[in-house]
Design a protein around this ligand. Structure first.
Ligand code: ADP
Ligand code: TYD
Length: 202
């Protein structure tokens, strides 16, 4: 038996990550794999509570530094309570976002805090996914899709289109810097087309 894999989906808001993570998990289950589908921020009871602090309220509610600490705290709990126990039990873990989101959202968009993000990651998390799908798409279209959902968790989407453009470039740079684990996926297609490419490349 091969080692259980930890697979993540990344990309800008509204790029189709949740849709594709769900479909990919269903695909793996169809092959007989035991799969835990999870998400960040969140994925454990404590981290879901931190999620509410992060995603609701005024865009200026937290300083960039406080935000990094909260995302890292949520991730640590998610890792301890959900991801590591599942992998130890031989299950495949599929997560809608993980540490790459902090690298891009907090590390490169509101000042140059990437060094702080990386230090905290190695201190508190110290683990990378085996495989990451980065869904790339036009931010204007993605923003339209995302805001149409009206989830009430739009604190980051409220930063606007220029912010999403910066994020897109952050994710593209990350894919380029980590070709060993990152696969770039064109999100400007139908859900079926994207899902079949992902299933074929996993
Ligand atoms: P994310 O998790 O990246 O924010 P979602 O998977 O929640 O994205 O998708 C955002 C919205 O766009 C949802 O309403 C979803 O149904 C829709 N959607 C997802 N993928 C596609 C696609 N390939 N084409 C058109 N609409 C899509
Ligand atoms: P998510 O629920 O995946 O939003 P969406 O479906 O709109 O993509 O994530 C919520 C928001 O949190 C999203 O705007 C990205 C942001 N985020 C960070 O800023 N840093 C992080 O480390 C993570 C995990 C998410």
């Amino acid at each position: 038996m091969t080692n259980p894999r930890f697979i993540t989906f990344e990309g800008i808001d509204g790029s189709g990550k949740s849709t594709q993570a769900r479909r990919f998990a269903e695909h793996l289950r169809g092959q007989g794999q035991d799969v835990v589908l999870t998400r960040e921020p969140g994925g454990s009871p404590g981290a879901e509570e931190i999620r509410q602090l992060l995603l609701t309220g005024d865009p200026d509610r937290w300083s960039p530094e406080t935000e990094i600490l909260l995302f890292t705290a949520a991730r640590r709990d998610h890792l301890e309570k959900t991801i590591e126990p599942a992998l130890t039990a031989g299950k495949t873990v599929v997560s809608d976002r993980f540490a790459d989101s902090t690298r891009v959202y907090q590390g490169a968009t509101r000042g140059d805090l990437r060094g702080m993000v990386d230090s905290l990651h190695s201190l508190m998390i110290g683990r990378e996914p085996d495989l990451t799908f980065i869904i790339d798409m036009d931010p204007a279209l993605a923003l339209e899709r995302g805001l149409a959902r009206k989830s009430g968790e739009d604190r980051f989407e409220d930063f606007g289109l220029a912010f999403q453009e910066t994020l897109r470039h952050g994710f593209l740079a990350l894919a380029k810097a980590n070709p060993d684990r990152c696969i770039l996926i064109d999100g400007n297609r139908t859900p079926d087309q994207i899902a079949s490419e992902i299933a074929g490349r996993a």
